[in-house]
Design a protein around this ligand. Structure first.
Ligand SMILES: *[C@@H]1O[C@H](CO)[C@@H](O)[C@H](O)[C@H]1NC(C)=O
Ligand SMILES: *[C@@H]1O[C@H](CO)[C@@H](O)[C@H](O)[C@H]1NC(C)=O
Ligand SMILES: *[C@@H]1O[C@H](CO)[C@@H](O)[C@H](O)[C@H]1NC(C)=O
Ligand SMILES: *[C@@H]1O[C@H](CO)[C@@H](O)[C@H](O)[C@H]1NC(C)=O
Ligand SMILES: *[C@@H]1O[C@H](CO)[C@@H](O)[C@H](O)[C@H]1NC(C)=O
Ligand SMILES: *[C@@H]1O[C@H](CO)[C@@H](O)[C@H](O)[C@H]1NC(C)=O
Length: 409
């Protein structure tokens, strides 16, 4: 009796050591793709339009609980702030550990440098449950998250992205040029590495840049093709901003999360000044297709695999899920929000957007202590600071020194 209890104990210690201990993980040779999810289906690269979507239904992912290890490669100007809010809310409600920026700001992990472990604040023990703040992709990310972490990212159509980029970074004011003039000869405004003057941001192929490519390489078709293969292999889901809710439904399914887990109030939504921005001139499109040829390829590829996945998921099933998701969103909006407000009108600092031209939310007075409402309305920077304080209080971070500079960051 005593002997068998001891046996069980030893076995547990042995399992813990072999399976979970960091050291043993580091000593085992890394599989080709350690975090790749066994999700019961694999995507193949689409090389031509003639391929038809697979007709067999995907078996439900074999999960017994919600996935709590997610790496979100946060691309720029792609509705990624809304995804970030969803992930931060999920993690905050479960006290998960996040990779936060070591310096100079909490919400950036060394960006625009390619990610290195030293860019993240070290944890007291273990690896990060979530890595979802601005970071530039590198394979070093695999070393700081647990095996089994699900890698996801989001892409947006390059033409839409450029327009949003142009407005958000105030290029017109910065460089005294209107968008169409800029697009006619953009090389006048950026260095050969694609970095725009006075802005630590690339203009050409920004999504490939975020995914770890050097601007000069993203002009080489072979290299772009190889990058697409890599992303296809490493990332379990590439969401598409134009099909945001569909993307979240696939995410919910992939992570075995609930509707409540993926519900959102849109973050970083630009104020609509007029509808002209919706009409894109052919010249503009053509120019962007030239400067953003690599991103176009990337987008087209993943838009295709996305829709193949929706087909595999089931088009009718997707419609049903979307309807249910709409109800969930309406429920929370009705419950929490009193009105959509612009920067100056938002009195609670936590809900104030980063940018004056972005809309934020005013909560209904009786909901200001409802944790769900509060976290959904909290914008990126205050939310990140909140996570930092919580991790500090829970002794999840290695250093116990309260870093005032980072809190302000
Ligand atoms: C999702 O997790 C729940 C437990 O939270 C489990 O009962 C269910 O089987 C899981 N669903 C799938 C599809 O694996
Ligand atoms: C998170 O941590 C707080 C403070 O230690 C604790 O009160 C709460 O129950 C924890 N929540 C979960 C979901 O573990
Ligand atoms: C493009 O990349 C491939 C693969 O790295 C290389 O072999 C080729 O020389 C490159 N082409 C140009 C024009 O640089
Ligand atoms: C579009 O580009 C063509 C060729 O560069 C030029 O002739 C034409 O004037 C442009 N149209 C507009 C509306 O800018
Ligand atoms: C994405 O792919 C779908 C299905 O092939 C297509 O109908 C749609 O036009 C594409 N979206 C964009 C924005 O290119
Ligand atoms: C902000 O407040 C001002 C003054 O009360 C008001 O005129 C304006 O409409 C408000 N704007 C928004 C977006 O709430």
């Amino acid at each position: 009796m005593a002997m068998s209890a001891l046996g069980v104990l030893l076995l547990l210690v042995y399992i813990k050591y072999m399976v979970f201990d960091d050291v043993s993980i580091r000593n085992t040779p890394r599989p080709a793709c350690p975090h790749r999810e066994d999700r019961g289906f694999t995507e193949t690269v689409v090389t031509s339009d003639t391929q038809t979507p697979p007709s067999t239904a995907i078996p439900d992912a074999k999960r017994t609980s919600k996935v709590t290890n997610v790496l979100f490669l946060k691309t720029h100007k792609t509705a990624s702030s809304t995804v970030l809010n969803i992930l931060m809310r999920f993690g905050e409600m479960r006290n998960l550990t996040f990779a936060l920026g070591a310096s100079p700001v909490l919400y950036r992990l060394g960006y625009p440098e390619k990610f290195l472990p030293g860019y993240a604040l070290p944890l007291a023990t273990g690896r990060y449950d979530m890595l979802c703040h601005h970071a530039r992709y590198s394979s070093a990310m695999m070393d700081v998250v647990p095996i089994g972490t699900v890698f996801i990212t989001i892409l947006r159509h390059p033409v839409k992205l450029v327009e949003s980029w142009f407005a958000f970074f105030k290029i017109a004011q910065r460089l005294h040029v209107d968008m169409d003039t800029f697009l006619k000869a953009p090389h006048k405004y950026y260095s050969k590495y694609g970095i725009v003057r006075g802005l630590n941001m690339v203009f050409t192929n920004p999504m490939l840049f975020d995914l770890g490519m050097d601007p000069i390489d993203s002009l080489n078709q072979t290299k772009v093709y190889n990058k697409i293969l890599e992303i296809d292999e490493v990332f379990s889901l590439v969401m598409i901003a134009e099909y945001f809710d569909e993307s979240l439904i696939l995410l919910k399914y992939l992570l075995n999360w609930s509707f409540h887990d993926i519900v959102y109030f849109r973050q970083n939504a630009r104020k609509k000044t007029d509808d002209k921005t919706e009409i894109i001139s052919l010249n503009r499109t053509r120019n962007i297709q030239i400067t953003h040829g690599g991103d176009m390829k990337l987008y087209d590829h993943f838009n295709k695999t996305f829709w193949r996945r929706v087909h595999t998921f089931g088009v009718d099933r997707m419609q049903r899920e979307l309807k249910q998701f709409d109800l969930e969103k309406q429920y929370w909006e009705k419950r929490c929000i009193s009105k959509l407000a612009s920067y100056g009108n938002i009195t609670n600092e936590e809900f104030r957007p980063y940018e004056t031209m972005v809309l934020g939310y005013e909560l209904a007075p009786e909901m200001t202590s409802d944790v769900n409402c509060v976290l959904m309305a909290t914008t990126q920077l205050p939310f990140t600071r909140k996570i930092y304080r919580r991790m500090l209080n829970m002794n999840q971070l290695k250093s116990n020194v309260f870093n005032a500079k980072l809190i302000r960051g």
